[in-house]
Design a protein around this ligand. Structure first.
Ligand SMILES: O=C(O)CCC(=O)C(=O)O
Length: 294
């Protein structure tokens, strides 16, 4: 699906749109199957170590992770994209329907930016800790989690739920209409966040969405995510893409060519090579992996 002229204009003025039903069932199911298998194996390991008593094998995808997390928060260790490195998630980073949305905004030469996450936000009631949860990102712009050199890079964030994201499950909230404002000063305290005096006075807009919808955000759109008051896990991916040649804002992690109409042979299609790039970045650190907050 390509974006309409109206959607592109809205993105350019409001810094956010939701492309409804942009992805099919088949686009996301391989990722969900892969994650379900990963969680199953991890739960089995923690069960063998005596850290999980009930495996909840029959619980659906939307609830099982929370039920395991409640018994042992270690269930999520190693579950982010670059750590678990599944074949299905690699294929999804190059998904045709997803890249068509990005091409509408950024043109046909697309880099997959290495700032990307898989998030499983468990029910707040299962957190078993006091104080703010790291599962609830505070107000920030994505320009605030990149090196300053990337301020001029056209990085677009794609945020998409793997199960329904509602106000109750802790969906994202944004402050729309701030694309011209540029970078707002961020602080590093308690998670990278916009400095109180720089925080715009705009009514937050909750971004409720369903599996198949894709939220597209400008790097300057302030956003946060809120607590999960439901008994379901709020599953999401946040991925970033940019035109080839723009600075990624994270030189210590690998980017790759996701689409090139000019030179298709430059696209990274080799899953093993993608894994090798991440392993090399972790084993031989170089470049910068830092947020911009002071
Ligand atoms: O998914 C979330 O809860 C937060 C995501 C976020 O802040 C981001 O994608 O920049």
């Amino acid at each position: 699906m390509k974006l309409t002229t109206e959607q592109i204009a809205e993105f350019n003025t409001r810094g956010v749109i939701i492309a409804r039903e942009a992805l099919t069932y088949d686009d996301l199911q391989p990722v969900i199957d892969e994650l379900s298998a990963w969680i199953d194996a991890r739960a089995q390991t923690l069960h063998d170590e005596g850290k999980i008593a009930d495996l909840h094998e029959d619980a659906p995808f939307a609830t099982r992770y929370g039920l395991l997390f409640k018994q042992c928060p270690e269930i999520g260790h190693g579950m982010d994209i670059m750590h678990y490195r599944g074949r299905a998630i690699f294929e999804f980073l190059r998904n045709e329907n997803l890249l068509n949305l990005l091409e509408s905004l950024l043109g046909p030469e697309l880099i997959c930016n290495p700032i990307q996450h898989l998030r499983a936000k468990p029910p707040q009631a299962y957190e078993n800790r006091e104080g703010p949860s790291f599962h609830n990102a505070p107000w920030h712009q994505d320009a605030g989690v990149m090196m300053p050199e990337a301020e001029g890079s056209d990085v677009v964030t794609c945020w998409l739920p793997l199960a329904e994201a509602t106000v109750e499950t802790g969906c994202m909230e944004v402050l729309p209409g701030l694309v011209e404002t540029g970078y707002l000063r961020h602080l590093a305290a308690g998670g990278t966040t916009i400095a109180p005096e720089a925080m715009p006075h705009i009514e937050p807009l909750p971004l409720e969405c369903k599996r198949g919808d894709v939220v597209l955000l400008s790097r300057f759109t302030p956003h946060r995510s809120t607590p999960n008051y439901s008994d379901q896990c709020r599953w999401s991916l946040d991925l970033r893409y940019q035109p080839t040649g723009h600075h990624t804002g994270r030189t210590g992690h690998p980017d790759f060519v996701a689409r090139s109409r000019r030179d298709p042979s430059s696209e990274l299609t080799d899953y093993e090579e993608w894994c090798r790039l991440w392993i090399d970045a972790f084993e031989n650190p170089r470049g910068v992996v830092a947020h911009r907050g002071e």
